[in-house]
Design a protein around this ligand. Structure first.
Ligand code: FAD
Length: 629
């Protein structure tokens, strides 16, 4: 069968917030741009984001500014963040939100007509610009509308709406193509008919989102098989921070068919409280030392905070997600969980019914439809769910460039920005800030090229053979291998980790890799989910190996990585990041330690010495003291 071919300047893989913002930027800089997405255009995780986009606009509390946001982000990530990314993010997020508004986004308003901002875990001030609990939907709607507006412009200018920006939906990329060291394009297939497709392009932006489908209990949907992470590794790029996975504290636990589906943090931001089976509001027992001065220690103070934030400390339900997830896990393990193995999240006794429906319409609908629970009358049952990966492609903060010429990454597939734990709301703003930067980075890379890299027919033949192999053998069912991988990762490399269990997981992954090489997909290329899964397995296994190997190496607990056998944070480990690369023979991954670059002087001096000493080494503290003199 003929392979379909297209030529572009920039190919963006992924049509969530990061991909769309990158594509808009590349097109605005005059580049012929393709947007390729595995699912329908408009269906990406970004759409599911409920809480909002964090941006220090200071609309609700004028004390907010980029420096406070920067500090919160670094604290949330337990100081492992790429500080340059955290700086750019905090400085540029407000402009990206205002830009969205200029493109037609309709945010909720304050009484005096500004964009409203809500409280969220780990953010010192109300900071999340939102549209009820459907912010991601509005973000994607606006970005899509912007794509259409650009296409209308192109129709007028060139007589063809798709002359400079075109969407290829339900099209999965399975390999990046290279000419020597540099990117020359991408190879994939149409999901509907199995027809193969090659994009000839000197620059590729990865914006493929997360990896949740390697775990059984996850808020992620079917597309999130770590494709971009694996494509980057296979192309020679590096992944960092892969041990850090965010288990969101509140996923649905019942009924089993919907286990893992997200219950937004806005429920807690708007007053919802967590209780165990004894009716105790237990989060007060789990405030860690590093956060002791910032969180209320009594229910009275916590409740006063909702109306008087200047004179009270925050409720501990709004601690960063890793802390809340571990607390719920401990309550359930101690036998104080709900009948279905979670804890109770109650908003029904905290807000009037009409207010719950106004503020949390999607949650009200979700529980009514999926669990027959009316959240205005009774508590929800919730428990931790695999939600977000902090790790991803190692990129240059300013341009999104990976260390393969022509390869860029933005959004959840990139690593560094969130350190060891992402604050809620910091992803939507991350997508906008770094999507734009990666699109601009790709455009200027293309401008600087002396000649266009070429696609070799040999690389296309190899990618074709790899893609069609599962259809040509009658091997094991890919669903069996997938289920076993999900179970292995959930049970052995989940929220709490131990060396022996992670070692067992790595042995299991090795065996699963062998089995995956033999899986077969019955049927033809016409919409064949078994074939698609057989191809996705390669990616999930590579990513799982990175997660497990990095989790075994990091001998401390920090953010989204908790080691039962090394329960504290270690200043020595904070000074290191773990870097994953493909082995030279391509059969697996290696993990190596790398020193964390020291924070710029003007940024480190934004913190108090007392706070820094909880995180950094004596040597780093001495350097800070010398600076302060
Ligand atoms: P995504 O939006 O995940 O999009 C990835 C795109 O890549 C999709 O178009 C997909 O089809 C495509 N793709 C993947 N693989 C391939 C391939 N091989 N070939 C072609 N295309 C491919 N964050 C917040 O800041 N605030 C929130 O309130 C919030 N709520 C959330 C609620 C839920 C239920 C979930 C799951 C996440 C939430 N997050 C939130 C996190 C945030 O939504 C995601 O991290 C973010 O949307 C990721 O955006 P992205 O652009 O990187 O990728």
């Amino acid at each position: 069968m003929e392979i379909e071919r297209h030529e572009y300047d920039v190919v963006v893989i992924g049509a969530g917030g990061a991909g769309l913002r990158a594509a808009i930027e590349a097109r605005q800089q005059g580049k012929r741009t393709a947007i390729v997405c595995k699912s329908l255009f408009g269906k990406a995780h970004t759409v599911m984001a409920e809480g909002g986009a964090a941006a220090a606009m200071g609309n609700v509390n004028p004390s907010d500014n980029w420096m406070v946001h920067f500090r919160d982000t670094m604290r949330g990530g337990k100081f492992l963040n790429n500080w340059r990314m955290a700086e750019l993010h905090a400085k540029e997020a407000p402009d990206r939100v205002w830009e969205l508004e200029a493109w037609g986004a309709l945010f909720d308003r304050t009484k005096d007509g500004k964009i409203s901002q809500r409280n969220f875990g780990g953010h010192e001030y109300p900071r999340l610009a939102h549209v009820g609990d459907r912010t991601g939907l509005e973000l994607i709607r606006t970005l899509q509308q912007r794509v259409v507006a650009l296409q209308q412009e192109d129709e007028k200018l060139h007589g063809d709406p798709e002359a400079f920006i075109k969407v290829f939906q339900e099209c999965t990329i399975t390999r990046l193509l290279k000419d020597g060291d540099a990117i020359s394009g991408a190879f994939g297939y149409w999901r509907e008919n199995g027809r193969l497709i090659v994009f000839d392009a000197p620059a590729v932006v990865l914006a493929t989102g997360g990896i949740g489908k390697s775990y059984v209990v996850t808020s992620n949907s079917w597309e999130y098989t770590g494709d971009g992470h694996a494509l980057a590794l296979l192309a020679g790029a590096k992944l960092i921070n892969m041990e850090f996975i965010q288990f969101h504290p509140t996923g649905m636990v019942w009924p089993p068919s919907v286990r893992g589906i997200l219950v937004t943090e806005s429920v807690r931001g708007d007053g919802g409280v967590l209780k165990n089976s004894e009716g105790k509001r237990f989060m007060f027992d789990y405030i860690p030392e590093v956060f002791k001065d910032k969180y209320a220690t009594t229910e009275e103070e916590a409740d006063r905070w909702y109306t008087d934030q200047a004179n009270n400390r925050r409720p501990p339900e709004l601690l960063p997600r890793d802390e809340v997830a571990r607390a719920i896990n401990s309550e359930v393990k101690a036998g104080r969980g709900s009948p279905q193995g979670g804890v109770y999240l109650d908003v029904s006794t905290r807000l009037p019914a009409a207010e719950i429906i106004r503020r949390l319409p999607s949650m009200h609908h979700q529980f009514k439809e999926l669990a027959d629970v009316d959240i205005t009358k009774e508590p929800m049952q919730v428990g931790p769910t695999c939600h977000y990966i902090m790790g991803g492609v190692e990129v240059d903060a300013d341009t999104g460039a990976a260390d393969v010429p022509g390869l860029f990454a933005a959004g959840e597939v990139s690593g560094g920005m969130h350190g060891s734990n992402r604050l809620g709301g910091n992803s939507l703003s991350d997508l906008l800030v770094f999507g734009r930067r990666a699109g601009a980075g790709a455009a200027s890379y293309v401008d600087g090229l002396a000649s266009r890299p070429k696609i070799s027919e040999e690389s296309v033949t190899e990618a074709r053979a790899e893609a069609l192999a599962p259809l040509e053998r009658s091997g094991e069912n890919p669903y069996d291998v997938h289920h076993e991988l999900q179970r292995t990762m959930n049970e052995l490399v989940g929220i709490i980790r131990k060396a022996e269990e992670v070692t067992d997981a790595l042995e299991a992954v090795e065996k699963l890799k062998e089995r995956a090489r033999g899986v077969g997909a019955a049927g033809t290329r016409i919409y064949n989910p078994g074939w698609h899964l057989a191809l996705d397995l390669r990616n999930m296994l590579l990513v799982s190996e990175c997660v497990a190997k990095a989790a075994l190496l990091r001998q401390e607990s920090r953010g989204g990585h908790t080691r039962d056998d090394f329960p504290s944070m270690s200043a020595e480990w904070r000074a290191k990041i773990l870097v994953c690369a493909l082995t030279p023979d391509g059969s697996g991954v290696t993990v190596e330690e790398k020193a964390q670059p020291p924070m710029r002087d003007d940024l480190i001096t934004l913190f108090d010495r007392d706070e820094l000493k909880k995180y950094i080494t004596d040597e780093e503290l001495a350097a800070f003291d010398a600076l302060a003199k």
